[in-house]
Write a protein that binds this ligand. Structure first.
Ligand code: TUI
Length: 315
């Protein structure tokens, strides 16, 4: 069985986190992943405190296992949801799209294990000093808000720089990816794109179908001009956004406005014309809908077999 110190640290069976996907990762998906032995994560995205409190309580009804909450630091509600996770006794908080430094003391005081998602060695080091229990090193292969470095280059550099456990993310969707992540020095993985098509994932069926049909070259990173690049599937929205981004006559404000509501349109409405379908570069490998527990077992059993057989390369 694939196990690592992150399992003991968090009280989980398998070293697999489910990514905190905005508008998608709710109590139902998080509970299914946690019941399957991984760490389910509810995304607080751009929602307010009441919504998050409801989701945390719903997850507690659905599972006795630990689960986490992901806080998107660019959210206008970051301050209030940061309080809710402490009040509701959430065990694990992951953060994205910024530096969670100002919340760390309060979260640690509440006994929360804080695991920031980082895209650079600098932020990983800073988070270790601030008291993080681990970091998720997320490569640019990921869907959603991304940094510059690939998983292949980021993970070993973060592992060499810090003494806390490192979870690898970005481009991992099967046992090969998991085994590779462990070889790079990680002791766990975070997976988003493959959990998009979990049976318990409530994202619109059009979104699942787009992911299932995607090929290797079907994602694109847009938003660099505004300083927050985002990876999504190539769709009408991404093509039009890209055109606007390269047009010097389109203002930054107009570009910002184009993005508003696009994630919800994709995830909730399945709107293929106006939605922004966030997904990672590994989408081409994701070809079937399965229960979350089955996905976790496939990832870990696949990695176990590869790691056991790795000695064949040594003569
Ligand atoms: O955060 C993510 N992925 C996300 S957040 C998101 S919601 C969103 N919607 C529309 C536009 C933008 C975001 C969708 N996907 N992953 C973790 C991550 N964090 N990737 C990159 C970073 C990051 C980037 C810059 C972390 C810190 C940072 O700067 C740190 C600093 O020094 O402020």
């Amino acid at each position: 069985m694939l196990r690592s110190p992150i399992c003991e640290l968090l009280g989980i069976e398998y070293p697999v986190f489910q990514g905190g996907m905005a508008w998608i990762a709710d109590a139902k998906l998080a509970a299914a992943v946690s019941n399957g032995g991984g760490l389910g994560i509810i995304s607080a995205m751009n929602a307010n405190a009441d919504w998050l409190r409801g989701q945390i309580r719903a997850a507690k009804e659905l599972t006795d296992k630990p689960f986490g909450v992901n806080i998107m630091l660019m959210s206008p509600f970051a301050d209030e949801v940061a309080k809710v996770v402490a009040e509701e006794g959430v065990k694990v908080v992951t953060t994205g799209a910024g530096n969670p430094g100002k919340y760390m003391a309060a979260w640690k005081e509440a006994g929360i294990r804080v695991i920031p998602v980082v895209a650079s060695v600098g932020l990983a080091r800073m988070m270790e000093r601030a008291g993080a229990s681990a970091v998720v090193a997320e490569g640019t292969e990921s869907g959603g808000h991304i940094g510059e470095l690939t998983t292949m280059t980021l993970v070993p550099q973060v592992c060499s720089a810090v003494n806390i456990p490192v979870i690898a993310a970005g481009g991992i969707a099967d046992g090969r990816g998991v085994a590779a992540a462990f070889m790079l020095g990680a002791c766990g993985v975070q997976v988003g794109t493959r959990f998009l098509v979990a049976e318990e994932c409530g994202v619109h069926q059009n979104y699942k179908d787009r992911v299932l049909k995607a090929k290797d070259i079907d994602t694109v990173a847009t938003g660099r001009r505004l300083g927050h690049p985002v990876r999504s599937l190539k769709t009408r929205f991404s093509r039009e956004y890209q055109k606007a981004e390269f047009d010097v006559n389109v203002t930054a404000e107009a570009l910002e406005a184009m993005g508003v509501g696009a994630l919800r349109k994709a995830a909730v409405d399945g709107n293929e014309a106006e939605g922004c379908f966030l997904a990672g570069q590994i989408a081409g490998l994701v070809t079937k809908e399965q229960p979350a527990a089955e996905i976790i077992r496939d990832l870990c059993d696949g990695a176990e077999e590869l790691l056991k057989g790795a000695a064949k390369w040594v003569r």
